[in-house]
Design a binder for this molecule. Structure first.
Ligand SMILES: O=C(CO)[C@@H](O)[C@H](O)COP(=O)(O)O
Length: 274
C-alpha cells in the first residue's frame, strides 16, 4: 500500500507538469490513473457502507464464533444469524501474542461464504501488517489490530491507514492493562476501538470492569467517531453496564454458545441493552 501511495503521488506530480505542458498528455495520464482512483473510491464506499450499517444496528451483539462447533461452521453461523446477529466476530489467535491458536484466513473465507453479514475480524497476533491484505481478500469487513504489538502510535496509525485503503473498517484493540493514552493520537482517525474486558486468548473469563471507564471516556470524546466495542466476559450480568458505558458493539462468546437455544439467549441479552 505504501508503494501504491507513492506511485499515486508521483503520478499526480507528473499530471500537474503535463497539464501545464499539454492537456492531451494530462488526459492520457488521467486514463492511467483511473483504475487506481476507482479502487480507492470502491474501498471508501465499502467502508462507509459497513460503518453506517453497524452504526444503525448499534447497540448490537457481535457473537464470537470462538467456541462454536467448527465441524458445522456454516450451520452455526446460520443459526446465529437466525437468532438475530447483525455481524459476526471472528477471533484470530497466533499462539504468540496470545497463548492460544485458533484459525487464519481459510476460516474467515469459509465464514464469508456462509453469510452476508459484516465479518468483524479481531487479529490477536504479532505482525498483523503482513496479513492484512489476505484477511481482507478472505472477506473481512472490519480488521482490528492490537496496540500492544506496535512499536509506537505511528506504527499503529500506519496499520489503520493500510486497513482503510484495503476498504475495511480499521479497528484498534487495547488490553485491560493498556491505558487510553497509548492510542491517544490514533483514536480520532480509526473506525472502531475495541476495549478488551479480559486478557485475550480464551472464552469464558471474568469481566474486567476497567473496560467500562475506557468506554465512558471514549464515548465522551467529541473528536472520536469510532464505533466502540467491548469483548470478554460480556454476559447477562455485564452486558447492560457495557451498553450504558457507550459500547456500540458487544462481543459475546460463551454466554451464547453455552446455551442450547441461541435465539432465546440472544433475546435475553438484547432485552438488557435496548
Ligand atoms: O477475544 C476473545 C477472547 O480472547 C473473545 O472474543 C471471546 O470469544 C469472548 O468470549 P466470552 O468471554 O464472551 O466467553
Amino acid at each position: 500500500m505504501g508503494r501504491d501511495k507513492t506511485s499515486l503521488t508521483f503520478a499526480n506530480q507528473h499530471l500537474v507538469c503535463l497539464w501545464a505542458d499539454d492537456r492531451r498528455f494530462a488526459a492520457l495520464a488521467c486514463s492511467f490513473l483511473l483504475p487506481e482512483i476507482l479502487l480507492l473510491v470502491t474501498a471508501l464506499n465499502h467502508r462507509e457502507q459497513i460503518k453506517s450499517q453497524l452504526r444503525s444496528a448499534a447497540p448490537a451483539i457481535a457473537p464470537s464464533i470462538l467456541l462454536c462447533d467448527y465441524a458445522k461452521l456454516g450451520q452455526e453461523i446460520a443459526d446465529l444469524q437466525a437468532a438475530g446477529a447483525q455481524l459476526m466476530h471472528l477471533d484470530v489467535m497466533d499462539g504468540h501474542f496470545v497463548p492460544n491458536f485458533t484459525f487464519g484466513m481459510t476460516i474467515v473465507e469459509a465464514a464469508r461464504r456462509s453469510t452476508d453479514l459484516p465479518l468483524d475480524v479481531h487479529l490477536m497476533m504479532e505482525n498483523p501488517g503482513r496479513y492484512l491484505k489476505q484477511f481482507r481478500e478472505a472477506g473481512a469487513d472490519v480488521l482490528t489490530v492490537h496496540e500492544e504489538v506496535c512499536r509506537d502510535q505511528q506504527e499503529l496509525a500506519d496499520l489503520v491507514a493500510e486497513i482503510r485503503e484495503l476498504g475495511a473498517l480499521a479497528g484498534i484493540a487495547i488490553n485491560p492493562p493498556t491505558p487510553l493514552e497509548k492510542i491517544d493520537q490514533v483514536a480520532a482517525d480509526c473506525d472502531l476501538i475495541l476495549c478488551m474486558s479480559v486478557m485475550p486468548g480464551f472464552g469464558g473469563q471474568k469481566f474486567d470492569r476497567t473496560a467500562l471507564d475506557k468506554l465512558r471516556t471514549l464515548h465522551e470524546r467529541e473528536d472520536v467517531d469510532a464505533l466502540l466495542e467491548v469483548d470478554g466476559g460480556v454476559n447477562l450480568e455485564t452486558i447492560a453496564d457495557c451498553a450504558q458505558a457507550g459500547a456500540n458493539l458487544l462481543v459475546v462468546g460463551s454466554a451464547i454458545s453455552s446455551g442450547e437455544n441461541y435465539e432465546k439467549r440472544f433475546r435475553q441479552l438484547e432485552q438488557l441493552i435496548r
